[in-house]
Write a protein that binds this ligand. Structure first.
Ligand SMILES: *Cc1c(COP(=O)(O)O)cnc(C)c1O
Length: 398
């Protein structure tokens, strides 16, 4: 019998990535000061974090973490069902549920595991999960873990979702979408999708990783902004590591469904609880996110300013009204060259390449936050225009 040697395969795959300039490199941040990052000994202005409200480095959030850590220590120490479930976790779940206007919320260590848990606990091999083609990787992988059929529909196409649901009769069905698409910044057509789900008796699940804190009244996210309730969206995901500046996620919605996750979802049961101090920090962040409308206002102003200045410079932008403002570059070489040119000008912007986005869909993913200043946003646009002029003429920011 001949077995494939895993070392050999790894080496071959790496060689191929190197040949295609697709090897991923981590950049090490040595110091942070708001949106300023020290990377490889140079201070850059970052336009790539998901800390949309500027809460990750907010004083009160850090103070809450320190206070709780001084009292409760660091580690979660055990899983929630053993002895890791702390009153701070409980309080965070209560306040998240109250904020989102739903009966119940369940805290997870990350959005990725929360997505795995939802499908693993609710779907089996007789069932189907219908998903937007551009959904986040964790939603796709969740269907694999659940063992259900996975059917994808063209991006933001509610008719397509309806068709896929109709074509998969028998068994239970879930319709799952990102609320705000993480690489495109557009908002899913939630009302039309909710109708499709309802008419096909599918459970509608919205992953609002990039909408929570940013969109809707009090920052309640894309579901609230669309005027939908727990009747329409029985479960939604709110991540705590993006606009809320911390770590973790909650699945919020229908009490019976959430209870079921808490009792049966393997990615919930068999993992250590988040540090209670992280829950304390997130509680402080949630209160600020609800109260500080000015943070959302500031982000909206930056988005408008960025788009206006970019169009004045003749940079073509993707239709997005959220803080995620991608510039498509097409080829990987162009995306990398643009990203390097901007770094030379003092800005850190992520070049996003396959497999994170489809082939030919390379982009610079600009994210704007309440912690940026007007000047920084304007300087970024200048740097963008200069980088465009310097890189190959063929490169259009579209
Ligand atoms: C970031 C993200 C996740 C994962 O959340 P983490 O808390 O970072 O694990 C899930 N879904 C979407 C759409 C995301 O953008």
């Amino acid at each position: 019998m001949h077995r494939i040697d895993i070392h050999d395969r790894v080496r071959a795959q790496r060689a191929e990535r190197v040949a295609r300039e697709r090897q991923r490199q981590r950049r090490t941040v040595t110091r942070r000061d708001g949106v300023r990052l020290e990377v490889d000994g140079r201070w850059l202005t970052g336009f790539c974090s998901n800390d949309y409200l500027g809460l990750a480095t907010q004083f009160e959030v850090g103070a809450a973490l320190q206070d709780a850590a001084a009292r409760e220590g660091v580690g979660g120490a055990a899983s929630h069902l053993v002895c890791g479930h702390h009153a701070l976790h409980e309080q965070l779940e209560r306040e998240m549920a109250e904020w989102l206007g739903v009966p119940r919320a369940l805290l997870f260590g990350s959005g990725f595991t929360a997505n795995l848990a939802v499908q693993q606990a609710l779907l089996g091999d007789e069932d189907v999960c219908v998903q937007d083609r551009l959904n986040h990787a964790s939603l796709i992988d969740a269907s694999r873990l659940a063992g259900c059929r996975l059917r994808r529909y063209p991006h933001a196409d509610a008719e397509g979702a309806m068709r896929q649901l109709r074509n998969a009769p028998g068994g239970a069905a879930m319709l799952a979408t990102d609320g705000v698409f993480s690489m495109d910044g557009d908002v899913a057509p939630l009302r039309a999708l909710a109708l499709a789900a309802r008419s096909q008796q599918a459970l509608f699940y919205v992953d609002d990783a990039h909408g929570i804190g940013v969109l809707g009244p009090e920052g309640r996210g894309s579901v609230a902004e669309a005027g939908l309730t727990v009747e329409d969206v029985p479960l939604q995901l709110a991540t705590l590591g993006k606009a809320l500046g911390g770590l973790g996620a909650v699945v919020a919605g229908d009490a019976d469904l959430v209870e079921h996750l808490a009792g049966t979802a393997r990615p919930y049961l068999y993992t250590t609880a988040l540090p209670p101090a992280v829950a304390a920090a997130t509680l402080a962040a949630v209160r600020l996110a609800r109260r500080d409308e000015w943070r959302r206002e500031r982000v909206r102003e930056h988005v408008a300013r960025f788009r206006e200045a970019a169009s004045r410079e003749g940079l073509e932008l993707v239709a997005s009204s959220t803080p995620i403002q991608p510039g498509l570059c097409g080829s990987e070489a162009a995306a990398l060259a643009m990203s390097r040119a901007r770094e030379e000008a003092g800005f850190l912007v992520a070049a996003i390449r396959p497999p994170t986005v489809p082939e030919g869909g390379c982009r610079l993913r600009v994210t704007l936050t309440a912690a940026h200043t007007r000047d920084q946003v304007e300087q970024l646009v200048q740097a963008l225009a200069a980088a465009r002029d310097r890189t190959a003429a063929a490169v259009a920011i579209a």
